[in-house]
Design a protein around this ligand. Structure first.
Ligand SMILES: *[C@@H]1O[C@H](CO)[C@@H](O)[C@H](O)[C@H]1NC(C)=O
Ligand SMILES: *[C@@H]1O[C@H](CO)[C@@H](O)[C@H](O)[C@H]1NC(C)=O
Ligand SMILES: *[C@@H]1O[C@H](CO)[C@@H](O)[C@H](O)[C@H]1NC(C)=O
Length: 478
């Protein structure tokens, strides 16, 4: 081989699916059309959005519970509408967040023992979003910090220990399609139905970069490329070819590199392994998983895992829990129609012992910051751990929120004349409140329209601020 051709360590990585008996079967997986990965995994559990009639639920499956699941399993069911996404804490394997169509975000303690009943009361409910919540994502370095994105076009940051909303990220003009944190979690990148890619300085709610992403109408996804200031996005072109773009997060004017993949129609779900610099792409409805090596701002195609079982969603095991003696560099959990199938990616090596060039220190399960430190402005890279001596999962530590215990919402079904009258007056009052809120919003909209008109006509001059804008006068006189 010419010495000018770089021989990648990962050139011969191959994927293989688990035997039928080692899969998770007989699952009633959500059929919601919401674009999500459906499943999440940590070193102990799988979490799956469930197809529960009526309310919303997700199931937690201990990793060792392979085989056929009971046809009536106990579930985590506190949402009043379908669960759209879940996310495990990076620092406590027994804590998970869920997001639902009921506008709520919930935090749950996962039971150690098999459930003996449905769990209906979460450890914490986070209210605030005005429309359905489509994605939840824990912060990569700070403990107890969670981001949630909603069809109300905001992303909210929560301190779940205190149970309070700390920040709102605004500026999306249409539905937020996906989001990802950068390495230290100071920035968040999003893809949006308005076809823009945005990078937020999250603590300032400031869009520090904005650029035109994929121009097709179907789903776009973003992923931060490890500790580099680079981003990958997947999406569709105007003529519907599936694309992957590489971006400089400091300059979103144009992608650094772009590639067309093919003409299939499923959303490409990306996963990046910062340790090996490998990017995995699994298309919804495809059976295969392609993988690439990222170097010098471009992607080099390595190979693909082939399968005829189409995937509806996918999750990847945190690096710390992979089998290093097997040289396993990734493990995907692929959602099929009513089952979840593990797929292992392995570097073939003859050498025995720990392969330190394949397994550099990886993200540990220790936070680098508290929520307070993060919101006060501190930054820290993730804590790393060597896998040489093997990884041991921590034992259960219950999540306790200091937020005041919320009384579960009482649904009153009136039975007599008096109760009907009370309910009627309560609804009337609520209706009045809504009318007032809408009126306030109308004023706000007219104010913004006026400012926008001024802004456009004055061309290059900033909109006037201060107490003298016509609409503030109107608001005062209202
Ligand atoms: C648990 O919740 C599911 C979904 O809401 C429901 O179908 C099932 O009947 C519940 N089981 C029990 C024992 O309440
Ligand atoms: C990246 O570029 C450097 C310098 O041009 C080169 O030495 C290196 O081999 C390249 N890496 C890959 C993976 O192509
Ligand atoms: C890791 O892989 C080796 C070799 O295939 C196997 O013997 C061992 O049981 C695996 N360990 C775990 C924890 O799965």
């Amino acid at each position: 081989m010419s010495r000018f051709i770089r021989a990648s360590k990962f050139r011969h990585v191959y994927g293989s699916s688990a035997k039928r008996d080692d899969c998770y079967d007989n699952l009633r997986i959500s059929t919601s059309a919401w674009d999500t990965n459906i499943v999440k995994v940590n070193p102990r559990f799988l979490s799956v959005n469930w197809n529960a009639g009526g309310g919303g639920a997700f199931a937690i499956i201990p990793l060792e519970s392979i085989g056929k699941m009971s046809s009536n399993p106990f579930l985590y069911c506190g949402h009043a509408g379908p669960v759209l996404d879940t996310d495990f804490s990076n620092f406590n394997d027994y804590v998970i967040a869920s997001a639902g169509e009921d506008c709520k975000v919930m935090i749950w303690n996962i039971a150690e023992e098999p459930l003996e009943d449905n769990v209906t009361v979460p450890a914490l409910t986070l209210n605030g979003h005005g429309r359905k919540v489509g994605q939840v994502l824990f912060h990569p370095t700070a403990d107890n910090v969670l981001a949630s994105s909603s069809a109300d076009l905001t992303i909210r940051l929560w301190d779940i220990e205190k149970g309070i909303e700390k920040q709102q990220l605004t500026g999306h003009m249409e539905a937020i399609q996906s989001m990802d944190w950068n390495w230290n979690g100071n920035l968040l990148v999003t893809s949006c139905k308005d076809k823009k890619i945005r990078v937020f300085d999250v603590r300032a709610n400031q869009i520090v970069q904005e650029g035109n992403g994929h121009q097709g109408i179907k789903g776009s996804r973003v992923v931060w490329l490890g500790d580099e200031d680079r981003i990958a996005t997947t999406g569709f072109s105007r003529t519907s070819d599936r694309q992957i773009f590489i971006w400089d997060s400091n300059n979103l004017n144009a992608p650094l590199n772009q590639e067309s993949i093919d003409f299939s129609s499923g959303v490409l779900m990306p996963y990046y392994d910062a340790d090996t610099h490998m990017l995995y792409l699994a298309g919804k409805g495809d059976g295969n998983i392609r993988y690439y090596e990222f170097a010098n701002d471009s992607l080099k195609y390595l190979a693909e895992f082939k399968s005829t079982d189409p995937q509806r969603g996918i999750a990847y095991m945190p690096k710390r829990a992979l089998n290093v003696s097997d040289c396993e560099v990734a493990r995907a959990y692929k959602v099929c129609r009513d089952s979840i199938e593990p797929v292992s990616f392995v570097v073939p090596r003859k050498a025995e012992g720990f392969q330190e060039d394949v397994f550099p220190p990886t993200r540990s399960d220790e936070p680098a910051l508290t929520a307070d430190e993060f919101f006060e402005g501190k930054s820290a890279s993730p804590k790393l751990v060597s896998l040489e001596t093997g990884f041991v999962a921590k034992s259960k530590k219950a999540f306790v929120s200091s937020a005041p215990q919320q009384a579960p919402e009482e649904v009153i079904h009136p039975t007599n004349e008096k109760e009907y009258q009370d309910a009627y007056h309560k609804l009337r009052q609520e209706n009045e409140n809504f009318k007032n809120q809408i009126a306030q919003k109308d004023i706000k909209i007219r104010q913004l329209e006026t400012q926008l008109a001024q802004y456009t006509s004055q061309n290059n001059s900033a909109p006037t601020s201060g107490a003298s804008t016509p609409l503030e006068v109107e608001m005062n006189g209202n």
